[in-house]
Ligand binder design. Structure first.
Ligand code: FES
Length: 888
């Protein structure tokens, strides 16, 4: 059956009659999005797992992706676009905005609709009701707590910060409203109407040679199919990669695939035509080869890529101290962690089109300038003929730092001279994208009789999969961080990134540091017990302080707030310790862990440039920093506003477009608040200086913008020409030498987290009861957004500790691969510690990755406290914990 022979299906959508000319088996999501243009309803999985597509059908929430259009004939459908029309819906949106309940915003329509369903049934719900009603919608960003807060606050109206408030204010997200009404454009939400569709053909094998048959005949036999693009169609270099000297991943494989999910070729044509192709019908012949699936075996195995004969992509180390001081106690062990999937709710998507002699790629990304460079290389074009326009990004966490759809779309649009669009399926996103590096770690440590650390040894094998991606970054960052934020006189750390025939491991919130922290914090617990020192006091005793020298030989500045974080935890810790229970079937434990995290690239330049223009057109902030939900659009505007002396609400912004904004660098390494923030501050200050000079006014002059007139105190300044303030900041670092000595980062974030939990020793299950997180962020530019980062990072840390393990070919969906849902995140108390960083904008550092690092080790610390079991393998799934509990 096709649309031409189908009678239109009548329904009511947001109070109005709607006719959809589509077959009755069409998914309601497709009817809403493709036929009615209501793209506020999002598609995260197309399988009813994520809930992003939640709408109301006759007042009841349902996953629209599971509902055939024919089943809702005559029904009343409400989507996020209709929410503002009813007072309770509008109140919900306002509460979400006040509480910072939308970060990237891709889950937000689904959350809002589920909440609307609840409020229709229960005007004054409690937290348990909210959890029950919204529990079917997954959020990867927020940790859920602010969502619950927001729903409970509907009708109570906690006052919002004023629109003019700047640094330190709980200003509502500037890009929040479009995430709440469904109008934000994500990668899958738009494309030129005449676009062709692209669908990648991916390897079902981990390692194989392949040959392609007569593709021209294949295309000719299928109406609507326009081309099958292969390696031979790439106009420039058929490769991409993160590092300038490592471009090892092909756009289209050239006869050899190196992991399940590698790209073989691409079908391009009408949506129906590319969807209709059964991959098994393609003329591809396979010669399956043995695959390396274990990084230890890979060290002795055949080369995954000829350039690296020993399969070691990169190695980093830190060597400090000549001989270990005398020790009274030692501890050692081995740990293992698996692949972790980013599981952003928005699968990769975008479109590309030729514009005159150049190419424009519009897609979700964390790194538009890097994308531009890769696309230019692949097409063989100069940089100025490539433009990247970032869409709203529905979560990234490091996974959208690598290109995904961009090179394929660019090749297709360039070669075919037609706009082309692409949306990854959930399974494709999970199979093909980068992951957190699995790790195999051995480590040992020692302390003196009082508990002072004397030595630390660490050897980490980080599985980097089939292609380099960010493997060198992980190998470089881990050894610097592996001993944690502690004074250790003798250190030997080494990390190697090792190739296998698994999906490429790349950047994922923490760049390998969370894995290392699991081992290192477990050793501290053992040493503390052996030395007879309380675990928190052990950390206080050894914590880095201002002016200390790190194992890399860096003398720390004043912004080292770990001691303050631990002090802030102390009363919570002491109270919780009193409630620990070490007998019976349900054991209660309390755990603690600390972290540090270098902000920005490791010992390398990572500048950002920000520009602010004031002229007849008003105040324009050219902000190249892509906001992936963390809030840089708001935070950088707050900083710029503070520096300039005009309110945030006066600023218009252009964000991330490579043709319109200066290079702010990538959104990674927790760097945007610190690096781009400093650049924004300098831009604001420079513009202010120019204004004051022009007005011959003193430093304290007050500015006020009224149309095309700027008032400087009582003096009007007509804005007839454009004044520009530009700021550039590159954090001062010194590259590391062969022993890891140097200044790897200009500053560090610090934190201490405490976890209370119950372990059911008969089931092997863990129930988290409460987490207290104290974070030194330098200065909280926007405390609501900082708390949101802490909550979201902790939720991902919970996943790492207790449930998330990606297995190629087995967990390529969101029902076999579990991420924390609303019921999995316990109450979190966030304590913000402010030790201003002199280099930071108004003292700020960064918090994106620091939020996650301490959580898994703190959970394992609590499990050990409850049961005596040291978790050696993450995630601590029930069967593993049971085996450890019962010595199996
Ligand atoms: Fe929920 Fe990003 S805000 S997935």
């Amino acid at each position: 059956m096709n649309a031409a022979t189908t009678a239109p299906i009548r329904l009511r959508v947001n109070g109005a009659e709607a006719l959809v000319l589509a077959p009755p088996q069409t998914r309601l999501t497709a009817a809403l999005r493709d036929h009615l243009g209501l793209t506020g309803t999002k598609v995260g999985c197309d399988a009813g797992d994520c809930g992003a597509c939640t709408v109301l059908i006759d007042g009841q929430q349902a996953c629209a992706c599971l509902v055939p259009l024919g089943q809702v004939e005559g029904a009343e459908i409400q989507t996020v676009e209709g929410l503002a029309d009813d007072p309770q819906g509008a109140a919900l949106q306002a509460a979400f905005l006040r509480h910072g309940a939308a970060q990237c915003g891709i889950c937000t329509p689904g959350m809002l609709m589920a909440a609307r369903d609840l409020l229709a049934r229960e005007a004054e719900p409690d937290a348990a009701m909210v959890e029950a009603a919204l529990g079917g919608v997954l959020c990867r960003c927020t940790g859920y707590l602010k969502i619950v807060e927001a729903v409970l606050d509907v009708g109570h109206a906690t006052p919002a910060a004023s629109a003019g408030a700047a640094v330190g204010s709980r200003l509502a997200k500037l890009d929040g409203p479009e995430r709440l009404d469904g109008s934000a454009i994500f990668g899958a939400d738009a494309a030129p109407v005449e676009s062709l569709w692209l669908r990648a053909v991916r390897s079902p094998h981990a390692h194989a040679r392949f040959g392609l048959g007569d593709l021209a005949a294949f295309v000719a036999a299928r109406p609507g199919l326009v081309a099958v693009l292969t390696a031979a169609d790439v106009p420039g270099e058929n490769s991409f990669g993160i590092y300038p000297d490592i471009k090892d991943q092909p756009v289209f494989c050239d006869g050899l695939v190196r992991y399940r999910g590698d790209t073989v070729c691409a079908l391009v044509g009408t949506q129906a035509a590319v969807a209709a192709v059964d991959h098994a019908s393609l003329p591809i012949t396979w010669d399956i080869l043995p695959a390396l699936a274990d990084p230890i075996a890979a060290l002795e195995g055949p080369a995954v890529q000829p350039r690296w004969a020993d399969n070691v992509l990169a190695e980093g180390r830190v060597v400090a101290g000549d001989t270990p001081p005398p020790a009274a106690h030692t501890a050692s062990g081995a740990w293992e962690t698996g692949f972790v999937e980013h599981a952003y709710i928005e699968p990769e998507a975008g479109w590309a089109q030729r514009v005159e002699d150049g190419i424009e790629v519009t897609a979700c990304t964390q790194a538009p300038v890097m994308d531009r460079d890769e696309v230019a290389r692949v097409l063989g074009l100069p940089l100025d003929r490539v433009r990247i326009i970032p869409t709203a990004c529905g979560g990234g966490f490091g996974g959208k730092l690598d290109v995904s759809v961009q090179p394929m779309l660019a090749v297709a649009a360039w070669v075919l001279r037609r706009p082309v669009r692409m949306i990854y399926t959930r399974g494709e996103s999970m199979a093909a994208s980068t992951k957190r590096h699995p790790s195999r770690i051995t480590a040992s440590a020692a302390c003196d009789a009082e508990g002072r650390l004397t030595s630390f040894d660490f050897e980490g094998i980080y599985e980097t999969g089939a292609y380099a991606s960010w493997g060198p970054t992980v190998a470089g960052r881990v050894p610097v961080h592996a001993m944690g934020p502690y004074r250790v006189p003798y250190v030997r750390t080494r990390a190697r990134a090792v190739f296998t025939h698994h999906p490429p491991a790349g950047a994922f919130r923490g760049f390998g540091v969370p894995q290392a922290a699991i081992a290192q914090e477990a050793l501290w617990d053992e040493l503390a017990d052996r030395a007879g020192v309380d675990r928190l006091e052990f950390r206080v005793l050894n914590a880095l302080r201002p002016g200390d020298t790190t194992a890399s030989g860096q003398v720390l500045g004043p912004s080292v707030g770990l001691f303050d974080c631990l002090e802030a935890l102390r009363p919570h810790w002491q109270a919780a310790r009193a409630s620990a229970r070490h007998a019976g079937p349900l054991r209660r434990g309390v755990g603690i862990a600390c972290m540090w995290y270098g902000i920005g690239n490791t010992g390398m330049s990572n500048p950002s440039t920000m520009r602010i223009e004031l002229g007849p057109q008003g105040l324009l902030f050219r902000n190249g920093a892509v906001d992936i939900g963390q809030g840089s659009t708001t935070v950088l505007a707050q900083i710029a506003a503070e520096a300039l002396g005009l309110p945030v609400c006066d600023f218009a912004q252009v964000i991330g477009d490579t043709a319109l904004t200066p290079d702010a660098g990538k959104t990674s390494a927790s760097r945007q608040t610190f690096v781009s923030g400093r650049a924004a501050m300098q831009a604001g200050l420079e513009l202010r200086r120019k204004i004051l000079l022009r007005a011959n006014a003193g430093e304290g002059a007050r500015l006020r913008l009224e149309g095309a007139t700027l008032w400087v105190d009582a003096t009007p300044l007509a804005l007839v020409e454009t004044l520009v303030g530009e700021g550039r900041f590159d954090p001062p670092t010194v590259p590391l030498d062969a022993n890891g000595q140097g200044v790897p980062y200009a500053t560090y974030g610090f934190a201490a987290q405490m976890v209370e939990l119950d372990v059911d020793i008969q089931l092997g299950t863990v129930q988290l009861r409460r987490i207290v997180a104290a974070h030194d962020v330098g200065r909280a530019i926007n405390p609501t957004l900082v708390e949101g980062q802490v909550h979201g990072g902790i939720a991902q840390g919970i996943g790492l500790a207790l449930m998330e393990e990606f297995l190629p070919g087995r967990t390529e969906n969101l029902h076999d691969y579990l991420i924390p849902s609303m019921g999995d995140v316990p109450p979190i108390e966030t304590i913000l510690v402010e030790t201003p960083e002199p280099l930071g904008p108004y003292g700020a550092k960064g918090v994106g990755e620091p939020a996650l690092v301490a959580t898994a080790p703190a959970i394992f610390s609590a499990i050990r406290d409850a049961t005596g079991v040291v978790v050696r393998r993450a995630p601590a799934l029930p069967h593993r914990l049971l085996a450890a509990l019962h010595g199996r």
